[in-house]
Design a binder for this molecule. Structure first.
Ligand SMILES: Nc1ncnc2c1ncn2[C@@H]1O[C@H](COP(=O)(O)OP(=O)(O)OP(=O)(O)O)[C@@H](O)[C@H]1O
Ligand SMILES: [Mg+2]
Length: 320
């Protein structure tokens, strides 16, 4: 029996990953006790959802025991435990109130062609924009809701695109899960993008700037401007990728009073705190949690956060 901890969340990323690893290692039957579970954030939902999806794909029997009525209602609402047998759980599903302005259910994405639409609808929901008839600003041509949506849409687009391209090198079946929720009391939008692909280290293992073959180092390298597994292969202008998506998304979360947490392999890095490697948890792929203050989104101009063209970590030139 796998015992879930109190929290499945970005704040407890390593604990969340270690329990997810146990679910993935189960064979035939997955039995989970949720007696202690108190709180699940989008990172926890995307991670748990990814593992339950994989177990479902293998046609394992999955049983969740003693889930509290509140969480049972919430996780069903978020599509995390759809089709899963609940044992000793009192159900309080109730009516499905439309909360499309505060949460986005766990969504699995398999095609690159879905990225634009998904990023748009997630950004719209999380920015809480309802008024589409608003007149644009005469100077800029932007409406206030465009301003709120732009940074979120950019970041989601970049994270999802990474997860459906880089993550798939060597494993074309890798999939992506995304979930988000707005927490009004803290004015905080939390979103998570989780993939089960190759991970940062595998993607950057031959990059000249990677000094040690370690997951933490690969995460930190990927966050630097103009670092890409593609760009140093050719001339700058020919490059498929510019190595700016992750850096800019990270800058967006920090400028909006939030943070980014990245987990891959045995490592995790938080832009506001702990960074390290663990012997207890391992995630095959990349899990990213992003937090932003909703009210600060309108001050952000994505263009101003993009790394400049010469914002390139020095590479030694050799003339031989
Ligand atoms: N989900 C992922 N799985 C594996 N590797 C990743 C993932 N996301 C990013 N990376 C690695 O980190 C590098 C940096 O990512 P980033 O988004 O900043 O740049 P890019 O995607 O290469 O270029 P751009 O975003 O400008 O098109 C990528 O080139 C890739 O090597
Ligand atoms: Mg990218």
């Amino acid at each position: 029996m796998i015992i879930l901890p109190n929290y499945l969340s970005a704040n407890f990323a390593l604990i969340t990953i270690s329990v997810c690893q146990k679910i993935l290692e189960s064979a035939g039957v997955v039995e989970i006790n949720a007696r202690n579970l108190r709180f699940v954030d989008p990172f926890g939902m995307a991670m748990l959802g990814a593992c339950l999806d994989e177990a479902k794909k293998q046609e394992y029997a999955i049983r969740v025991y003693e889930l509290s009525p509140d969480l049972s209602g919430y996780l069903q609402r978020m599509n995390v435990i759809t089709g899963i047998e609940l044992v000793d759980c009192s159900q309080t599903m109730g009516t499905r109130r439309d909360r499309s302005d505060t949460l986005v259910e766990l969504t699995r994405i398999c095609n690159l062609s879905q990225v634009g639409d998904v990023s748009y609808s997630l950004a719209k929901a999380m920015a809480g924009v309802a008024d589409h008839n608003e007149a644009p600003d005469e100077m800029t041509g932007y409406t206030a809701c465009d301003r709120l949506m732009e940074p979120l849409q950019y970041a989601l687009n970049e994270l999802l695109e990474n997860a459906l391209t880089h993550a798939r090198s060597g494993n074309t079946n890798a999939r992506v899960w995304v979930a988000s929720q707005y927490y009004p009391k803290k004015d905080l939008i939390r979103l998570a993008v989780v993939d089960n692909g190759c991970g940062f280290l595998e993607s950057l293992k031959t990059h000249v700037k990677l000094r040690h073959q370690r997951h933490l180092e690969a995460i930190l390298l990927a966050l630097q401007p103009r670092i890409s597994c593609n760009r140093d292969l050719g001339l700058r202008d020919d490059s498929v990728n510019q190595g700016v998506g992750l850096t800019t998304s990270c800058r967006i979360s920090e400028h909006a009073g939030g943070r980014m947490i990245l987990a891959s392999g045995n490592a995790m890095h938080s832009t506001s705190g702990y960074s390290g490697e663990s012997s207890e948890g391992y995630w095959q792929g990349v899990g990213i949690a992003m937090e932003v203050n909703r009210s600060r989104l309108s001050d952000i101009r994505v263009g101003g956060l993009l790394p400049a063209l010469d914002d390139i970590p020095a590479v030694k030139l050799r003339f031989e």
